[in-house]
Design a protein around this ligand. Structure first.
Ligand code: ADP
Ligand code: ZN
Length: 282
């Protein structure tokens, strides 16, 4: 059987078709333009395949409450024209079950089924890029509740040498506000990639990431922490985080080897996870 998947982002929409082995047999990417044009491009793409289900892994926050009249809608986004737009309605004409979740919940699902967290009962995926998102797979399922976890916005204790207030417009000194890629640029006046030689930049960055990872370990007890996003391309950052997490936890929770790791599905993580969200419905 074939399963459709959409990794919905503010810049592009990656659509793909996955087979029963988790292999991506076709993929295409549409720029995220006006909603009508972009949604039509995606519906037309999937009409070209005999898919059994469709899964959408989207930037958020999204309404995942099935009894809400905004189910499947993006609730808040700076992307003009996309607020309160349903991601589910336009695809109903395909006549297959449709599942939707956050992009990061999709990513951890992909990694648990086929990737570096394979076989885990509980694992988390953290992406540190333009924003910070956290996907949670707990006791064999993706975590939901009132909405879905937004653990990129937990509040942080400031690094003693950090003079920057944070850039989250909702809560300033949250993890995203202090550690996302744009916060690095605003704090130091240069893009993160140009600061690779400045040790204080990465001391502060790893301090925040480690704080968040330690908090997630204490709250959710994941068996693996999969860490990714543009900022994680900085050399040596994984090891700095591993050391600091061990320091913070201070032996209270013994961490296994290969605990904080990159994903292993590469650029397919998002669409594989998305397709699995749909596959889970059949
Ligand atoms: P998005 O979150 O929009 O999908 P990415 O995950 O690619 O995008 O993250 C983009 C962020 O990553 C930018 O803020 C950029 O400054 C940062 N970044 C890109 N390359 C590097 C690098 N080599 N080292 C540190 N940060 C980087
Ligand atoms: Zn925030």
């Amino acid at each position: 059987m074939l399963y459709g998947g959409i990794e919905a982002g503010g810049t592009k929409m990656v659509c793909a078709v996955m087979d029963d082995e988790g292999k991506i047999i076709d993929r295409v990417s549409f720029p995220t333009l006006g909603k009508d044009e972009t949604l039509k491009n995606m519906v037309d793409y999937f009409k070209g395949f005999e898919i059994a289900s469709l899964g959408i892994a989207s930037f958020g926050p999204i309404d995942l409450n099935k009894s809400s009249d905004k189910y499947g809608c993006i609730l808040r986004t700076p992307k003009e024209g996309w607020e309160n737009v349903s991601f589910v309605e336009p695809f109903k004409e395909l006549g297959v079950p449709i599942g939707i979740d956050t992009d990061v919940n999709g990513a951890i699902l992909g990694e648990v089924v086929y990737g570096s967290a394979k076989g885990c009962e509980s694992a988390i995926y953290i992406t540190i890029g333009t924003g910070i998102g956290v996907g949670l797979y707990i006791n064999g399922g993706l975590a939901h509740g009132l909405m879905h976890p937004e653990a990129g916005h937990i509040l942080m204790t400031k690094h003693p040498e950090d003079k920057y207030d944070g850039c989250c417009k909702f809560h300033k000194n949250c993890f995203e506000g202090l550690a996302c890629g744009p916060s690095i640029q605003k704090r130091w006046g240069k893009p993160a990639v140009e600061l690779y030689n400045e040790s204080i930049v990465w001391e502060i960055e790893s301090y925040y990431i480690a704080q968040a990872v330690a908090d997630y370990c204490l709250c959710y007890s994941p068996e693996k922490v999969v860490l990714w996003g543009g900022v994680m391309h900085q050399d040596g950052l994984y090891d700095m985080i591993r050391e600091k997490v061990a320091d913070i936890l201070n032996g209270y929770i013994p961490l296994p080897k290969d605990y904080i790791i990159p994903p292993s599905l590469g650029e397919d993580t998002g669409v594989i996870g998305a397709a699995l969200i749909g596959k889970a419905l059949i």
